[in-house]
Design a protein around this ligand. Structure first.
Ligand SMILES: *[C@@H]1O[C@H](CO)[C@@H](O)[C@H](O)[C@H]1NC(C)=O
Ligand SMILES: *[C@@H]1O[C@H](CO)[C@@H](O)[C@H](O)[C@H]1NC(C)=O
Ligand SMILES: *[C@@H]1O[C@H](CO)[C@@H](O)[C@H](O)[C@H]1NC(C)=O
Ligand SMILES: *[C@@H]1O[C@H](CO)[C@@H](O)[C@H](O)[C@H]1NC(C)=O
Ligand SMILES: *[C@@H]1O[C@H](CO)[C@@H](O)[C@H](O)[C@H]1NC(C)=O
Ligand SMILES: *[C@@H]1O[C@H](CO)[C@@H](O)[C@H](O)[C@H]1NC(C)=O
Ligand SMILES: *[C@@H]1O[C@H](CO)[C@@H](O)[C@H](O)[C@H]1NC(C)=O
Ligand SMILES: *[C@@H]1O[C@H](CO)[C@@H](O)[C@H](O)[C@H]1NC(C)=O
Ligand SMILES: *[C@@H]1O[C@H](CO)[C@@H](O)[C@H](O)[C@H]1NC(C)=O
Ligand SMILES: *[C@@H]1O[C@H](CO)[C@@H](O)[C@H](O)[C@H]1NC(C)=O
Ligand SMILES: *[C@@H]1O[C@H](CO)[C@@H](O)[C@H](O)[C@H]1NC(C)=O
Ligand SMILES: *[C@@H]1O[C@H](CO)[C@@H](O)[C@H](O)[C@H]1NC(C)=O
Length: 698
């Protein structure tokens, strides 16, 4: 909303309040009307459908529900029956401003839903004393400050204040005043801190408790006195807090649990062997804690679990799941632990298991031959798993009829790229074999994977050319062949990649939450990127750090859906085609460290999403185009050329920048100019941010 809209809204707001005051025929209870009027007075926005052009009967206003006429209003002094407001529901109405305490006088209110607005300020205490309130949903706003003291909500069943900026400690007293009907309590994604109060133990009706993504602390004792005594709990979400210590065996008391998420805390010790009593547990996520020891037998033979995620702990021993018992298991993530022994060969007998992440463990031995019969397998990651013999591994896995995503990064060190012409991966959509130092050339069998959407074979030592048939991957939107020794021209067929020209990039998720990629900043410090979802990746062609030569095809312009084009550090020559400006979605264009000549086409200023750009270290000359995003690029984007103008040395006056007339190349001379340019410019923040480089890790 810009400033002008803002004032229009304010003015309309005032008019509309005046209308309420002049209304004659109120069938609403006057106190309720007054409360609603005060409610609108602290808002900065007008509520559509409230006011004069509609009925002045507030019961007919949008989002208001009143109780039936017969029951109330009789016996009041008013000559007209009055109706009481029992529901106020205005979610997703772009309401901005503070929440008035006046709502606390709507004493018949049973439902208040103001979720997904832009409300600010503290939560009014009066709201938390509404004795008839059953449902309170203030989630997805910008409320701040603490939960009011002295909550008295004896009728409350559903309370959701998640996704705000609330802080302070959680009131343990919430159920002390007869709030015993509370079934759902959600305070997720706020800034609550302090110990988990044992008082939750009085919320005996709680079925769904979500405390996730806060700064709550606590140890076994506090948690077990409270949470682990709630007999009706079916969902417990305490992930992403600072809870620590061992997980109490008392969690076995929660016999009705269906979903349990304790991930991203500091739980340590062994996982208690109490899962026999959790006979309804379907979903158990405990990743990113400090659990050690082995997977307890009751967990590895649960017949109800469909999802088990113990990634990023320190679990040891060999993996021994009882697949005859685990008949519901579909998703298993045991990556980043200290498991040893063989890769469990019995997994194919877990009948419904489709998503498996075993990456980054310390397995010994070969790929089990039994995986040939792993027909339910759809997603498999075995990155950094000490695997060898890539040909053998692929020969086995090609027989998994349903395999769609395969991640084998950091294995097979120094082996040859498989050359077996009989390999065949018809259904594969995602293939990642990065950072294996594979040698040799890219061979034909890969062309059978005609459904590939994502192919990453970066950080190997592949030689030879980029095969022409890469252009036939009609679903491919992400291709990373960077950091190899590929040579020759970029095949022109690449400019015909259908998905990047016109395709709708629709990606079926291979799995809910597994790491597909992990990158670390080249410097080894700072940013660490992890991508768990295919859709979170931008359409990309990364050919950087190879020996590619020849020209950049003007037909790259056809790849209108491409977001990242990285040709950095090759031996590409010839001009930069001005038609690249037609790649309207480009965010990153890196042509640095090549042998490109000519000028920077002025048309490139039309690339309005371009946030990173470099042509450093080429043989370019002339004037750097000005305008658009080019005003945000720093001198490092242009250095190592014979360029002048904005972002480099000033052009000599009257200069057209043609070769032979201007040769300033000392980058030291630029700095003063650049600093001046950057600081003087609105987008100054973007100055001096280079193009980040990441290496593979797992
Ligand atoms: C109040 O509204 C009703 C209809 O909704 C109408 O019949 C009645 O005349 C109105 N009374 C006044 C005082 O305007
Ligand atoms: C409140 O409204 C939102 C948006 O319509 C809805 O998603 C949410 O379920 C409602 N809250 C409750 C408790 O019904
Ligand atoms: C509204 O909220 C803002 C932001 O928290 C606060 O500074 C201001 O005092 C509040 N106004 C009222 C009237 O409560
Ligand atoms: C809550 O946030 C406010 C404003 O950011 C801050 O002043 C206050 O100290 C915080 N309270 C707690 C208990 O962290
Ligand atoms: C709790 O409810 C009972 C009756 O249901 C009532 O007698 C008692 O006073 C209430 N206690 C509080 C603290 O509201
Ligand atoms: C439960 O509530 C009662 C008062 O109703 C209180 O005395 C007791 O301490 C509470 N229990 C816990 C565990 O806080
Ligand atoms: C692994 O878990 C630790 C906490 O034990 C956490 O700090 C770290 O960020 C997690 N790593 C990843 C990649 O999730
Ligand atoms: C595995 O589970 C099945 C079925 O529950 C059971 O009969 C069998 O004894 C278990 N095997 C082991 C080794 O525990
Ligand atoms: C992996 O296992 C080998 C023995 O098989 C052992 O020597 C090595 O220390 C283990 N590595 C880690 C990181 O645990
Ligand atoms: C293979 O996938 C298809 C479709 O996704 C599914 O219907 C079939 O059950 C799967 N096969 C096995 C053995 O799970
Ligand atoms: C790899 O496995 C194949 C069997 O598919 C075998 O013939 C070959 O000798 C193995 N290579 C190595 C280096 O172990
Ligand atoms: C591979 O896994 C081992 C632990 O098994 C870990 O120490 C190492 O850092 C991982 N390698 C990379 C490059 O992430």
């Amino acid at each position: 909303m810009d400033a002008q809209d803002f004032w229009v809204v304010i003015v309309i707001g005032f008019c509309f309040q005046a209308q309420i005051l002049s209304s004659q025929n109120l069938t609403c209870n006057p106190n309720d009307v007054k409360a609603l009027e005060d409610f609108t007075s602290t808002l900065k926005t007008v509520i559509h459908g409230w006011g004069s052009s509609f009925s002045s009967d507030c019961c007919k206003w949008e989002g208001i529900t009143c109780n039936s006429s017969s029951s109330l209003g009789i016996g009041l002094n008013n000559s007209i029956d009055t109706f009481r407001v029992v529901k106020l529901e205005l979610p997703s109405k772009r309401l901005a401003g503070n929440l008035s305490a006046s709502l606390g006088t709507l004493d018949q209110l049973r439902t208040l839903n103001l979720s997904q607005n832009y409300l600010i300020g503290t939560l009014p205490t009066a709201l938390f004393r509404l004795r008839n309130l059953e449902l309170l949903d203030l989630s997805f706003n910008d409320f701040s400050g603490p939960i009011p003291f002295g909550i008295d909500l004896p009728s409350i069943k559903f309370l959701d204040i998640s996704q705000n900026l609330l802080n302070g400690s959680l009131p343990g007293s919430i159920c002390d005043h007869n709030s015993t009907q509370l079934r759902v309590l959600n305070v997720a994604a706020n800034y609550f801190s302090g110990n988990l109060p044992p008082g939750f133990g009085n919320c005996t009706s709680l079925e769904d408790l979500d405390l996730s993504t806060n700064y709550l602390t606590g140890t076994d004792d506090g948690i077990s006195k409270g949470l682990f005594r709630l007999p009706k709990l079916t969902q417990l979400s305490i992930q992403d807090n600072n809870l620590a210590g061992p997980l109490s065996e008392e969690i076995g008391n929660l016999v009705n649990l269906v979903r349990l998420d304790i991930s991203r805390n500091g739980f340590s010790g062994t996982i208690p062997d109490v899962f026999y009593s959790l006979e309804k547990l379907d979903y158990f996520v405990a990743h990113s804690n400090r659990f050690g020891g082995q997977i307890p037998p009751s967990l590895s033979s649960s017949s109800t679990l469909s999802l088990l995620n113990l990634r990023n702990n320190s679990l040891q021993g060999s993996i021994a799941l009882n697949c005859s018992a685990m008949i519901s298991l579909t998703s298993l993530d045991l990556g980043s632990n200290k498991f040893d022994g063989p890769i469990p060969s019995n997994l194919p007998s877990c009948r419904h298991l489709s998503d498996v992440n075993l990456a980054r463990n310390n397995f010994t031995g070969e790929m089990p031959e039994s995986f040939k019969n792993f027909h339910s397998l759809s997603y498999l990651s075995l990155s950094n798993s000490s695997l060898s013999n890539i040909s053998y591994v692929l020969q086995i896995l090609q027989q998994c009829q349903n395999l769609t995503a395969l991640v084998l990064t950091l294995n097979f060190r120094g082996e040859q790229f498989p050359a077996d012409p009989t390999l065949h991966f018809e259904k594969l959509k995602v293939l990642v074999i990065a950072n294996c130092r594979l040698t040799g050339v890219i061979t034909q069998w890969l062309s059978t994977s005609s459904r590939l959407q994502l192919l990453d074979i970066s950080w190997n030592q592949l030689e030879g050319i980029i095969p022409v048939w890469f252009g036939n991957f009609s679903n491919l939107f992400y291709l990373d062949i960077s950091n190899n020794s590929l040579s020759g021209e970029i095949p022109r067929s690449i400019t015909g990649l259908q998905c990047l020209i016109a395709g709708r990039i629709s990606i079926e998720e291979p799995s809910p939450d597994f790491p597909l990629f992990m990158w670390m900043n080249v410097s080894g410090r700072g940013l660490h990127l992890q991508y768990n979802k295919v859709w979170s990746l931008r359409p990309t062609l990364d050919f950087s750090n190879n020996n590619l030569s020849g020209a950049i095809w003007p037909d790259f312009r056809k790849l209108r859906l491409l977001h990242v084009l990285d040709l950095n550090n090759n031996r590409l020559s010839g001009p930069i085609p001005s038609s690249l400006s037609e790649m309207v979605n480009l965010e990153i264009l890196d042509l640095s460290h090549n042998e490109l000549s000519g000028i920077i086409p002025p048309s490139l200023v039309d690339l309005s999403f371009l946030s990173k750009f470099s042509v450093a270290d080429n043989e370019l000359y002339g004037v750097i185009p000005t305008g658009g995003q080019f005003l945000t690029f720093s001198s490092s984007s242009f250095e190592g050329n014979s360029l002048c103008g904005y972002g480099a040395s000033p052009c000599p006056s009257g200069e057209d920048g043609a070769p032979g007339t201007w040769y300033g190349k000392s980058s030291k001379d630029y700095t003063g100019v650049i600093a001046g340019v950057c600081f003087g410019f609105v987008f100054g923040i973007a100055c001096f941010i280079g193009i980040d480089r990441y290496i593979w890790t797992f």
